[in-house]
Design a protein around this ligand. Sequence first.
Ligand code: PGA
Length: 250
Amino acid sequence: MRTPFIAGNWKMNKTADEAVAFVNQVKDALNAIEGVDIAFCPPFMAIPAMAAALKGTKVGVGAQNMYFEASGAYTGEVAANMLTPFCKYVIIGHSERRQYFGETDETVNKKINAALASGLIPIVCCGESLQQNQAGVTHDFVSGQIRNGFAGISAEEAAGIVVAYEPIWAIGTGLTATAEQAQAIIGGTVRATLTELYGDETAQQIRIQYGGSVKPSNVAEIMAQPDIDGALVGGASLKPDFVELVKNSV
Ligand code: PGA
């Protein structure tokens, strides 16, 4: 069976010092929670210090982005092999990166390939905007994001990738998709598309998270859905009651 996976996406929050102080506060409690994989994805500057602070615990570290080239004249970018000494995971194609930083399905695809080649586990984000949701094109749009993002990725590679479905209208807004709405897209679109691409056996191995205003109070009913294997948590992962959220997920 798929092990549940809760990841905190800190976005552009917490300095390295603040990050270490925070994880020192919560790491023992998180480490004691069984049956769930846990990770924090802090800003780049906090990654090495976080990795050191979390050493010997079950809590992993992820990056929020990376570039697909291995090295070279790409001012401001960070390559996969710069992350691997510290990170197990990397978030790819978050909607904020698509919206503000020109990320496309094509760059997402290149980044997935580069991450896999370096041994990082990609957390690949997809999700529709409010307008797309209201226009009834969610299925086709999200299915297209998956098809384009996974182009050329083998079934063996795909099995180890994590997908995060995050409806853009639910991110940071306090609006959560109902657990049933999230299940409908995660099962009926995300896993269904992965099944078309890779067959049932592989698709059943792929972990799919829900993201968008997940909190300690709503995580249990989200996790109770058959196709939802975890959560990508923004705002609620910055506070100590993230421990409660993770406890409530199992
Ligand atoms: P949120 O963010 O939990 O603050 O809505 C989720 C995300 O963007 O990953």
